[in-house]
Design a protein. Structure first.
Length: 262
């Protein structure tokens, strides 16, 4: 079956997340609409993972499968055709030929997210940051973030999905806090993430930065499950799916905020 690997960027502000929904706009839904116009056939588009409503992606990965291809097309033609049909806030960066059995989600080995906190009010980046008016000390935030590395139970940071049972055990391979100008950035990489996990971690790291939560208090959230972090959940505006890793890929190494023209 003809299969391609797509690299996609999108601003999630107008969408109810990646996953297709019957009564709301989704990124996957817009891609499927464009693909059906392009190929005039039934197609399959699957992403490396779901992003929630309002969350953005710098490098979301998707597979495109077309069971009945009526004409030969090149990756560049597919990219240009998609971008002619897609709305302004979804862009296909790259299209590559892929093995027939390539699956964007199942083949991924790690995912990296980046969250941006602004330390000042901004007229231009409201959709891409969480502006916190209080003074934050990022040094204790970084120390607390280091506690996340390793295999932990993230039940305190997980929102249950309509009664669905899911494991809250996650192995985090990297977690760091750094600054770039007026932004405090939090990057985390793991094989997978539970629902709202990153945003709840950010909310509690902000409490550490405010001086309202000690290191021991933060560590206790990993040892003793509680729903306390729910009310501190950070808004989706500052969250980006930064990179999805496949076998042989390198994790992001730069310590910068999101650049829209890389």
């Amino acid at each position: 079956m003809p299969t391609w690997k797509l690299e996609i960027e999108y601003e999630g502000t107008r969408y109810r997340g990646w996953q297709i929904q019957h009564n709301a706009k989704s990124v996957q839904g817009e891609l499927l609409l464009a693909a059906r116009q392009l190929f005039e056939a039934k197609v399959e588009i699957g992403g490396s993972g779901r992003t929630d409503a309002g969350v953005h992606a710098v490098r979301q990965i998707a597979h495109l499968k077309v069971p009945e291809l009526k004409a030969n097309v090149t990756p560049s033609k597919i990219q240009f055709a998609f971008n002619d049909l897609l709305p302004h806030d979804i862009n296909v960066i790259r299209v590559q030929n892929a093995a027939d059995n390539f699956h964007a989600r199942h083949d991924a080995v790690a995912r990296y997210y980046l969250y941006q906190i602004s330390t000042r009010r901004t007229a231009f980046a409201k959709n891409f940051v969480w502006w916190i008016k209080d003074n934050l000390d990022y040094v204790p935030m970084q120390t607390a973030a280091e506690m996340l590395v390793g295999r932990h139970n993230f039940e305190s940071f997980t929102e249950s999905e309509d009664g669905k049972k899911q494991s809250s055990i996650v192995a985090v391979e990297r977690a760091e806090v750094y600054t770039d100008g007026d932004l405090i950035c939090f990057r985390i990489g793991a094989s997978h993430f539970t629902w709202k996990m990153v945003r709840r971690i950010v909310g509690m790291l902000a409490e550490v930065g405010r001086g309202n939560l000690s290191y021991d208090g933060f560590q206790r959230l990993l040892k003793f499950p509680t729903n306390a972090p729910a009310k501190f959940t950070a808004p989706p505006s500052g969250l980006f799916l930064e990179k999805v890793l496949y076998k042989g890929d390198e994790p992001p190494k730069h310590r910068k905020s999101i650049s829209f023209f890389e």
